[in-house]
Design a protein around this ligand. Structure first.
Ligand SMILES: C[S@@+](CC[C@H](N)C(=O)[O-])C[C@H]1O[C@@H](n2cnc3c(N)ncnc32)[C@H](O)[C@@H]1O
Length: 257
């Protein structure tokens, strides 16, 4: 299929460098240098409600699951009718996650998100900030691989950061300092703590790559990160002190028809 609006990065990591970066982030830095969503109970509640609203949600895949494990723990406790949760990531990350949490229904597997190797197996795929590489090509490959993993009728439920949140927040502050970290041409944000550019798609770009991967886009809504956890995390991680000037992400539900 023809790919529209491809983003050309200034520079990209190769696959080995990217794996080494993420493994180091989880193993050495304990993921403390990354904006982290899954610790928020409000977000988890929202994801669980989305999953429950789909009649078939027995088998769940979490690609790029990271090492915090709180999401899969909450799914196991809250979704009593599920049969299995597969959590995938790079080998070093999976080792940390599997060492932190074990449960009969939770399977940790080292797999490249670009080529997960599952075909028509899952009812639900959950993405939490795991499609944000500086390589647009990689992000698109991940979305296609998730699509192949889904059964017909299955849904992808995902949280995606958007560059417009950074711009929105900056123009509501006195200083325009954050704009140095914004590259609107590439829909990219430079995360200073990560020392890395990442693509934070605009709604139109995200809509397009989801469609191109084969999905029907059922909904896109704004998820405001305004819970007590996020206000504290925004202050500590981004130095945002105004409790009304909150980070937001795009919550997407897309289906394999
Ligand atoms: C921003 S973190 C999010 C982690 C987790 N979803 C969370 O919210 O805590 C992105 C995750 O995607 C994983 N990842 C990125 N590209 C990947 C790839 N090609 N294959 C496997 N994992 C990948 C990283 O290792 C990292 O754990």
């Amino acid at each position: 299929m023809r790919q529209k609006w491809i983003i050309t990065p200034k520079e990209t990591l190769n696959d080995q460098e990217r794996q080494a970066y993420w493994e180091n982030t989880h193993i050495v830095e304990n993921y403390e240098t990354v904006w982290s969503m899954t610790e928020d109970p409000v977000l988890r509640h929202k994801l669980i409600a989305e999953i429950r609203s789909h009649p078939k949600h027995e088998k769940i895949l979490i690609p790029g699951c990271g090492s915090r494990t709180v999401l899969e723990q909450d799914f196991v406790e809250s979704l009593t009718d599920i049969s299995a949760i597969y959590c995938t990531d790079y080998p070093g990350v999976i080792k940390v996650a599997a060492g932190r949490y074990q449960h009969d229904q939770v399977h940790y597997e080292a797999r490249d998100s670009q080529d997960l190797g599952f075909e028509n197996e899952f009812d639900v795929v959950i993405i939490v900030n795991s499609v944000l590489s500086e390589s647009d090509a990689e992000n698109r490959a991940i979305l296609r691989s998730c699509y192949r993993s889904l059964k017909t009728g299955g849904v992808l439920i995902g949280l995606f950061p958007t560059i417009f949140a950074a711009v929105d927040i900056t123009y509501l502050e006195q200083s325009r300092e954050r704009l140095k970290c914004v590259d609107l041409e590439r829909s990219a944000l430079y995360e200073t703590q990560q020392n890395l550019w990442q693509i934070f798609y605009t709604p139109l770009r995200l809509r397009q790559i989801i469609k191109e991967a084969g999905y029907q886009l059922n909904k896109t809504e704004i998820f405001f990160c305004d819970s007590p956890y996020f206000l504290e995390h925004s202050s500590q991680y981004y130095g945002i002190e105004d409790p009304d000037n909150v980070v937001y992400e795009l919550l997407v539900v897309a289906q394999k028809l």
